[in-house]
Design a protein. Structure first.
Lengths: 278, 293
């Protein structure tokens, strides 16, 4: 099936450099209780590509990724300025329903967070709340297959999700997010709690998923960004207590991953990827 | 660096060893005091009350002649009270807790309400009795009715249920809520379908704790108009009623030893009722545990 998709892709030439943007981020700033977290973020997130957000701790990459599905709305005191367009629609416009946004834009968290229910019920939950309950079993099977988990769990769908290993739990969370057929998948350090073998499985999975989904991933691991992503955004912390400026995250550079890792245009990016940072 | 193994075999000083023993002995003694007191209490009650326990005692109405006296009206009154208090306090208490914990904005008003609820749980029960007397008995003109008693006890247990429910909700990891809402669930769907099932065991424990407190309360019912001598069982919310603690109180006050035995018998029935309630709670709790593990 993947082979077929690739054949189709070969038939239709897609301009490699500029696929249509899914998100257009314009001068976005986020504050928590009035304190700046990130500011001045402007970038276009291309569709059907993997975009990585990298940078040191505190650079606001997790804050930024939570803007794309309005998860920051759930944090008391968080406020966002600037504009994010999703397929040309202002994501923070007055008529936009954040619940509907989160249905279209799935999210996988840093720590696997399966519900303490059966594997089946974990995937069924999103389908139920979105009234996609026709062919429930088939949809659940498809989601688990898409997340490369089906063969491992098909005989124990009724067992508790918490009995799975950490890597399986994270793939279950991916399956859960894929079940409702989102358009974008946001992944906030999805492998930070996993061992290298589980990490490899998730990375392989991401490569398969990007033919159908736009993926945004926050990662601490530069090798991971280099391995999986097509585009990379490097953020860093600007300001310090000594300078009398509250530290906040800023976007240094956003380019093709290959270019970021071989020939970055900003010296700060180079310092970070060569390990000379801080 | 040299490893000093000699410390592994060195005996600790006499004072350290003695201190350890002393701590263990004191803690055991503390446990024993509670256990012994409870055993003596249960034994005395069983000894005195066992002879009084028989079917006529359960089914008979109040009487001045000890051999004819029974606990039927107060037993029925207590059961009705429990049903009414549960029906009123569970939805109100759990609802208030869900609002405060999951929906209310974090501001000064909310924290003022929270502090007040914590204080209300510590208010002496007779104060609730006086409130019930003023509000339900007089102002709402419900009189010395079953409803007055039930509403008074509801006020009494509400803070306990609210606090226990909030703690149970707070113990549910925040990631569960985020996970549910990231899938397109509304806040209510996340709470109702994911958070509440996990919190139910804790909520049940708190509710039973509150109801157990209510079932043995005497003072608020005395003040708010429960009767010790009722010749009928209530079959209407506005009927007069009695309750087991009231009956026990009434019998204990009397000088005749026969009535003391009756009081002990009534205490045994009250205990049995309480243990049944706790058993039901444990069954519900275990069922949810199994479902969630």
């Amino acid at each position: 099936m993947i082979v077929e998709t690739e054949l189709v892709r070969d038939d239709i030439p897609i301009p490699e450099e500029h696929p249509a943007p899914v998100f257009q981020v314009r001068d976005v700033a986020v504050t928590y209780g009035g304190q700046p977290a990130v500011e001045g973020i402007t970038m276009d997130v291309p569709s059907d590509r993997i975009t990585a957000l990298i940078g040191p701790s505190g650079c606001g990459k997790s804050t930024l990724i939570r803007c794309f599905n309005r998860m920051n709305d759930l944090i008391p005191g968080a406020a966002i300025a600037g504009r994010i367009d999703y397929h040309g629609l202002d994501l923070y416009g007055p008529n936009v329903d954040p619940v509907e946004v989160r249905r279209r834009i799935g999210m996988v968290f840093q720590q696997p967070n399966p519900f303490p229910k059966s594997i089946y019920e974990n995937v069924a939950f999103g389908l139920r709340v979105n009234k996609m309950t026709d062919d429930l079993d088939a949809r659940i099977e498809k989601a688990l297959r898409d997340a490369a988990l089906w063969d491992e769990v098909k005989r124990k769908l009724k067992t508790p999700a918490t009995s799975l290993s950490g890597g399986q739990q994270q793939r279950l969370c991916i399956a859960r997010a894929l079940a409702t057929a989102p358009d974008v998948l946001l992944m906030d350090e999805p492998c930070s709690a996993l061992d290298p073998i589980a990490t490899t499985k998730i990375e392989d999975l991401m490569h398969q998923l990007k033919t159908n989904y736009t993926i945004l991933i926050v990662t601490h691991n530069m090798q991971q960004a280099a391995r999986v992503s097509d585009r990379t955004a490097f953020l860093t912390v600007q300001g310090s207590e000594e300078e009398g400026i509250i530290p906040r995250g800023v976007l240094v550079e956003f380019d093709d991953t290959e270019r970021i890792f071989t020939n970055p245009s900003d010296s700060r990016t180079e310092d970070y990827i060569t390990g000379r940072f801080g | 660096m040299a490893v000093r193994i000699e410390t592994l075999t060195r005996r600790r000083s006499w004072t350290t060893r003695f201190g350890d023993r002393l701590a263990e002995a004191s803690l055991l003694a503390a446990t024993a005091v509670g256990l012994i007191a409870l055993t003596v209490l249960l034994w005395t009650v069983l000894d005195q009350g066992a002879t009084a326990l028989n079917w006529p005692f359960i089914r008979n109405f109040a009487s001045r002649i000890p051999e004819r006296a029974g606990i039927w009206p107060p037993l029925v009154g207590t059961i009705y009270l429990m049903l009414l208090v549960t029906a009123a306090s569970f939805p109100l208490g759990v609802g208030a807790a869900i609002y405060l914990e999951e929906f209310a904005p974090r501001n000064r008003l909310t924290s003022a309400i929270e502090t007040n609820i914590a204080n209300l749980a510590a208010v002496p029960s007779i104060i609730y009795g006086l409130l019930g007397l003023a509000l339900f008995y007089r102002a709402m003109n419900l009189g010395r009715s079953l409803l007055t008693g039930a509403l008074t006890l509801t006020l009494l247990v509400l803070p306990v249920i609210i606090i226990a429910t909030r703690e149970a909700l707070r113990a549910v990891p925040h990631s569960i809520r985020l996970g549910a809402m990231a899938l397109g669930a509304t806040r209510w769907e996340a709470v109702y379908k994911q958070v509440l099932p996990i919190a139910i065991p804790g909520i049940m424990t708190g509710t039973i704790l509150g109801l157990s407190r209510a079932i043995g309360e005497t003072a608020p019912l005395l003040v708010a108009g429960a009767a010790a001598f009722v010749a009928f069982t209530p079959d209407h919310l506005l009927d007069a009623y009695s309750a087991l603690p009231i009956q026990i109180f009434d019998w204990v006050r009397r000088p005749q030893p026969d009535f003391q035995a009756l009081a002990a018998g009534a205490i045994l029935v009250l205990l049995a009722l309480l243990l049944t309630m706790n058993a039901i709670a444990i069954v519900i709790r275990n069922r949810y545990y199994r479902r969630n593990r």
